[in-house]
Design a binder for this molecule. Structure first.
Ligand SMILES: O=P(O)(O)OC[C@H]1O[C@](O)(CO)[C@@H](O)[C@@H]1O
Length: 239
């Protein structure tokens, strides 16, 4: 696991943007794994900037988002479908048919998980996966206790995750209890992984990651076993 200490949030986002641009410029049909949450927002701004400066095109790129809440339609402003369009997709030339996000409204959620997993496989797997980290060590929405062998599945969100994400919802009760998430095994099959860590609230998670113990009670710890994983952490987290 390689660790890059960025000066600040902007620097973290810029470094990640450069790695992604390099990857897409050398392999235009890159399968990119995308994350939501506050952490990657700066990265999306950076990628849009590179696109507008004509230094990057997503014309042949295919994307797979990590997760989506169960029960929220794409039109809901708290869905990850809505998030991706608002913060990234509307500004770039990524074809609509190449954008993939699990459907949290699917009638048969188990079938939706299998279908999503098959889609990733059919594309040849994720080339470059972007990850954020939850305060409890979750990656995607793989909460502590999720088997490392899990593929795309339905997860009951931890109370701490629901509380952390409550800032986006009018009331705590409206924070969904379940989500579809790409599994840890699927994430680990990605050829390259970039984990972004930003802010004081992630200090404990970062410290535990550095401890190095690999345990299902701290999902991000599995990343120590990946042979091409870069952690980009900002100074605010470290200090
Ligand atoms: O970046 P945030 O908002 O702290 O969220 C942490 C993680 O939790 C999630 O929102 C759950 O998927 C991730 O997208 C994110 O990486």
């Amino acid at each position: 696991m390689q660790i890059i200490e960025a000066e600040n949030y902007e620097d973290m986002s810029r470094i990640a943007g450069q790695i992604i641009a390099r990857e897409i410029n050398s392999k235009p049909d890159t399968a990119l794994g995308l994350a939501t949450g506050s952490t990657p927002l700066g990265l999306y701004t950076e990628l849009v900037k590179l696109y507008e400066e004509k230094r990057l095109s997503f014309q042949h790129t295919i994307t797979f988002n990590l997760d989506e809440y169960v029960g929220l339609p794409a039109s809901d402003s708290n869905s990850y479908h809505y998030f991706m369009k608002k913060h990234f997709f509307q500004y770039i030339d990524l074809k609509e048919e190449n954008r993939h996000i699990p459907n949290g409204m699917a009638e048969n959620l188990q079938e939706e998980c299998k279908k999503y997993e098959r889609l990733i496989e059919k594309s040849g797997g994720i080339d470059l996966q972007i990850l954020g980290i939850g305060g409890n060590g979750h990656i995607g929405f793989n909460e502590p206790g999720t088997p490392f062998s899990a593929q795309t599945h339905i997860i009951c969100l931890d109370q701490s995750t629901r509380e952390a994400n409550a800032r986006f919802f009018p009331t705590m009760e409206q924070v969904p209890a379940k989500a579809i998430t790409v599994g840890i095994e699927t994430i680990m099959r990605s050829k390259q992984i970039i984990l972004l860590i930003s802010g004081k609230t992630k200090y404990n998670a970062y410290k535990r990651l550095l401890d190095g113990e690999i345990t299902e009670t701290f999902p991000a710890s599995i990343l120590h076993k990946h042979d091409n994983c870069t952690v980009i952490v900002d100074k605010e987290t470290v200090c």
